[in-house]
Structures are given as C-alpha cells and as structure tokens.
Design a protein around this ligand. Structure first.
Ligand SMILES: C[S@@+](CC[C@H](N)C(=O)[O-])C[C@H]1O[C@@H](n2cnc3c(N)ncnc32)[C@H](O)[C@@H]1O
Ligand code: SF4
Length: 379
C-alpha cells in the first residue's frame, strides 16, 4: 500500500554545538570549541543536503522550519538566513510560514536575538529550564535566573512568538515549589510553554549519578502530582495542553511545526543525526543522518548523508501515526485504528480514550499514562 502524496513538507535543521554540555542531555551534541572552519563546512553541508533532498521530493509547499539542537542560537545568523532563503526557494508557495529556533538564555545569545530575527526567525523556543538559581546550578546550566529573565524580555521584543522550556521533577522539588515557579514564569508573558519532566538518560552524567545512588529522582507518585500541578496551573492561566508537554495560549500559539510532525506530515531532516520522514515513490521513508559532524559532512559530499533510511510498511507507518497522534488533544482518525485492526472499546469504556467526530484521543486520565495505554493497544 502506498501512502497518500504529501501536500507540504517541513524542514528540521540540527545544529549540534553547545557552550556547555548539560548533565541530563542525551541529544546529538558536541562542545562548541570555536572551530569556525568546521562550523562553516557544516553550514555548507546542510545547504547541499537540503538541495539534494528537495530534488528527491519535488516542489512541495513549505510547511514550517525548525532549527533545533544542540544550540542553534550559537549559529551564525547569516548562515541561518541563507538556510531559510534556500528552503523558501526549493519549496516555494508555503507563504508566511513559522520559523522556530531553539535558544539558550545566556547574555551572549540574547544579544544575538535581533540579528536572528532579521535572519527570518519568527518564533523563539527559549531553554529557560528553571527560574531558581539553585535548580539551574543543579541542572548544570551556564546561566542564572536573572539572565533568563533578561533573555525572555529581549526575546519578547525581538520575536512575534515566544515559547519557553522548563524542566520539573528535580530531586527535592515539591508541588508547592513547582506551582510557585510556574506562576512566576507565566507572569513573565509568552504564548507557549513546554514543561518537561526530567528524564534520567542512562548515558548521561545524571544517569551515572543516579545509578551510583548519588541522588534519587522523585518517585512515581510525586512525579504524577507535579504533572497534575502543571496541568492545573497552566489551564487556570489560560494555556491549553494541546500535547502532553506543550501548552499554548489559543490555537494560533500552537507550534505549527510540531503539529505537522505529530499529524504524520513529511519533513526533511538536515544536519548531524537529524531524523526525517519523506514519502519517496509513494512509500513513507524514515531517514537518520550520520551523527558525527565529520561523517555527515563527508557523507553529504558523497551523496550519502544518511546513516539509515528505512521504507516503513503500511503497518509501521500507521503505528507511528498512532504513537504521535495520541500525544495530542486532537488524537488520531478512527480509520487509522481500523487499518491496524484495533478496536479500543475497553480503553474507551475505562475512560483512557474518547471518540470525538471520527477521531480517537487520549483523555485527561489517559494522557499521563499514555505509554501504558499504547502498550495495551498495540500488544
Ligand atoms: C534539544 S534541547 C535544546 C534547547 C537548548 N539547547 C537549551 O538547552 O536550552 C530542548 C529541550 O529539551 C529538554 N530536555 C533535554 N534533555 C532533557 C531531559 N533529560 N529531561 C527533560 N527535558 C530535557 C530541555 O528542556 C531543552 O530545553
Ligand atoms: S540541554 Fe541544550 S544546552 Fe544543554 S546540552 Fe542539551 S542541547 Fe546543549
């Protein structure tokens, strides 16, 4: 079975450099050691990769662009502008699309916001993580709460749209403290917030610390209480949880890029380790670029940017649509369930899923235990 032809394509650009490596992070990252030649070569490779993938796809309209990392706020604004212009030329007709860039809130990066706005960024996703200096020190961040507040103010002035990331479920954090922190953050003013529960990744410094018993993350009950606190505070302050970790003040404030991905749209991934989903010859194809910068640059030069590319069969593609779609409040079309031969009657009668207008979505009871819901569905 072939997938329907995509009607638009989004672009994800991965910029792997970070000023400092945070002890919880297992993204595809490297320390920024100021190697400008390497960075210029990577920016060139990203442009060449983009052009090559566009040639495979044809002239689809552009849906959105997302610069993620790593820390793309460290990228040369001129290189950011060139990528945006090239994407608009290769995928014309997308109109005035959302162009997001992830930024760290240090003084040095905040001082580049105006240049990044001039480069064509119209939405900033700022990694504030916490507004408590002790928590920021624990998280190994290279900025203070005061720096983060200044960055929020500068970002609000430079970009029409602003989102912030926070990390909760830190050791010792109480629901009362988290409520206060969230309220303080919301008072600073932005249209979108992504509060992430701290995940202990085994290969990180935090993973090793927890394994040797240096500290203990919050237990399941406290983590659930912190999650509930997040929902209650943000809902009361006018934010809708349109996805498990994403809350927006009104529909226009939702991330168009993330929605495109969660709805199963095609996206080109460029940069080291970037993932993509392309419909090639009618077949949904998952791509992963070479993770190491040198391998990626060499791979692009040889016409082989991908470490892996896998044609997904209809079942794998539909399962992926389910996994992503059930994270959102809009859910997944019932036909996707039918195509997989799934009849979730029991999960519906138990109140974990709900049917609405030909779609099935997770309820407020189902969302916090979505992993279990998906397991029950797919096994
Ligand atoms: C790819 S990071 C890039 C953002 C930017 N470099 C920064 O650190 O501000 C995107 C977000 O993922 C979240 N994140 C990364 N690792 C995490 C973890 N182990 N647990 C919870 N959230 C995490 C952080 O909130 C971070 O802002
Ligand atoms: S959280 Fe952000 S700054 Fe920290 S290592 Fe990960 S990508 Fe880099």
């Amino acid at each position: 079975m072939t997938d329907p032809a995509p009607s638009s394509v989004a672009l994800y650009v991965h910029w792997p450099y970070c000023s400092r490596i945070c002890p919880y992070c297992d993204f595809n990252i490297v320390r920024d050691r100021g190697r400008t030649d390497e960075q210029a070569a990577l920016a060139e490779a990203i442009l060449a990769d983009l052009a090559a993938q566009a040639a495979l796809l044809g002239r689809l309209p552009l849906a959105s662009i997302f610069f993620g990392g790593g820390t793309p706020s460290l990228m040369d604004p001129a290189a950011v502008a060139t990528v945006i212009k090239r994407a608009r030329t290769l995928f014309p007709g997308g109109g005035d699309v959302e162009v997001t860039l992830e930024a760290n809130p240090t003084h040095a990066e905040a001082d580049r916001f105006a240049a990044l706005s001039d480069a064509g960024i119209n939405r900033l996703s700022l990694g504030v993580q916490s507004l408590d200096d002790a928590a920021l020190a624990f998280l190994g961040r290279n900025h203070s709460a005061a720096e983060a507040r200044r960055a929020i103010a500068l970002a609000a002035a430079a970009f029409p749209r602003l989102s912030i990331d926070l990390i909760y479920a830190r050791p010792g954090q109480t629901a009362a403290h988290w409520r206060e922190e969230l309220e303080t953050a919301v008072d600073l003013g932005f249209e979108h917030i992504s509060p992430y529960q701290l995940t202990i990744e085994p290969t990180t410094a935090f993973g090793r610390a927890v394994a040797r018993g240096a500290w203990v993350p919050p237990d399941e009950d406290l983590a659930a209480e912190l999650y509930e606190t997040t929902q209650t505070v943000l809902e009361r302050r006018g934010f809708e949880a349109y996805e498990i970790s994403n809350h927006a003040r009104g529909e226009a404030a939702r991330s168009a890029h993330n929605l495109h991905v969660w709805r199963g749209g095609d996206y080109v991934g460029v940069g080291p380790g970037a993932h993509g989903r392309l419909t090639l010859g009618g077949v949904r194809t998952a791509t992963v670029a070479h993770r190491k910068i040198g391998d990626y640059v060499a791979g692009v030069a040889q016409g082989e940017p991908w470490a892996e590319s896998e044609a997904l069969d209809a079942r794998a593609a539909a399962e992926e649509r389910l996994l992503l779609g059930l994270r959102t409040t809009e859910g997944v079309a019932e036909v996707v369930f039918e195509g997989l031969g799934l009849a979730p009657a029991e999960l519906i009668s138990d109140g974990f899923l709900v049917t609405r207008g030909g779609r099935i979505a997770a309820t407020a009871k189902g969302r916090p235990v979505l992993d279990g819901v998906l397991k029950a569905l797919l096994t």
